[in-house]
Design a protein around this ligand. Structure first.
Ligand code: CP
Length: 299
């Protein structure tokens, strides 16, 4: 396979992926979700390295589940137990695994822009498992998949994304992908959490909770520099999906959240498993989506 063909199998973000390509991933995920047999070894003999330079539960384990269900050989790289601790760079780490013969790499890292630079210099497909506040393409794919399953189509869907937009790669990937399908995306956030780099409308919390999809975001305390949030109580009061606010949801509306959830901050604990919540189904949908993404990268 040529280097260009290899690179086309990478998934660095959704901003530059066209709607047809996204739709084919969603369709293939639907195929994988329908399979009654858990193990379909179409990637037998392929070696995949999961390289997480930032913590993860959902993304890491659902990639591993997807890879194992497709029969790939999986190597999990833990930064804390690696030579990164001795000062080795992320770039040298990826080049090291490439030189040992991996067929694809899944990477999560903090620095923005580094992934594109690494992808330019390696020959195997790379999949972005979240880079800083830039993109989280497989999260947005599973979000679109969840919405499409619920509503049949994304066209004309009103989606409110509420919370810490500034620090959210999920908000960015969702905004860019949903617009390609004709969905109306609005943000709702306090001034300190708005993203000046994104061209999107901000609406009030009263308006935001009337959407078809109410997507709450985690307040990303670990990314905050200075006083982005005064107190959890004040945030909940102003921008949390409280039990009181949830009474205003349309009966057909769904609640989403990429998780992990700060219970009783951005969403009241009782609403996480509310009948209208799709938070745990989102996690289930992450497996067939990542099966489709791994298959696209490797088969
Ligand atoms: N939603 C998400 O990316 O979760 P993790 O950080 O646990 O992977």
């Amino acid at each position: 396979m040529t280097t260009t063909a290899m690179k086309q199998r990478s998934l660095l973000g959704l901003k530059d992926l066209d709607a047809a390509e996204i739709e084919s991933i969603l369709d293939r995920a639907a195929y994988w979700e329908q399979q009654a047999v858990k193990l379909n070894p179409v990637l037998q003999g392929k070696f995949v390295a999961n390289m997480f330079f930032e913590n993860s539960t959902r993304t890491r384990f659902s990639f591993e589940m997807a890879q194992k269900r497709l029969g790939a050989e999986v190597m999990n790289f833990a930064a804390a137990a690696s030579s990164v601790e001795k000062g080795e760079s992320i770039y040298d780490t990826v080049k090291t695994l490439e030189s040992m013969g991996i067929d694809a790499g899944v990477i999560r890292l903090k620095p923005i822009g580094m992934l594109a630079e690494i992808a330019e210099n390696v020959k195997v497909p790379l999949i972005n498992a979240g880079d800083g506040n830039n993109e989280h393409p497989t999260q947005a794919l599973l979000d679109l998949y969840t919405m499409r399953k619920q509503f049949g189509s994304l066209k004309g869907l009103n989606v409110s994304i509420i919370g810490d937009i500034q620090h959210s790669r999920v908000a960015r990937s969702n905004l860019w992908a949903l617009r390609k399908f004709g969905a109306n995306v609005n943000f709702c956030a306090p001034d300190s959490m708005r993203a000046s780099d994104l061209d999107a409308s901000y609406i009030s919390m009263d308006e935001a909770i009337r959407a078809d999809v109410v997507m709450m975001l985690r307040v990303q305390l670990e990314r905050h520099a200075g006083s982005v949030m005064n107190s959890a109580e004040a945030y909940r009061e102003g921008y949390g999906l409280t039990i009181e606010r949830a009474k205003q949801l349309a009966s057909h509306a769904i609640i989403m959240h990429p998780a992990p959830v700060n219970r009783d901050v951005e969403i009241d604990s009782e609403l996480v498993e509310h009948p209208q919540s799709r938070i745990f189904p989102q996690m289930s949908n992450g497996v067939p989506i990542r099966m489709a993404v791994m298959e696209r990268a490797l088969s």
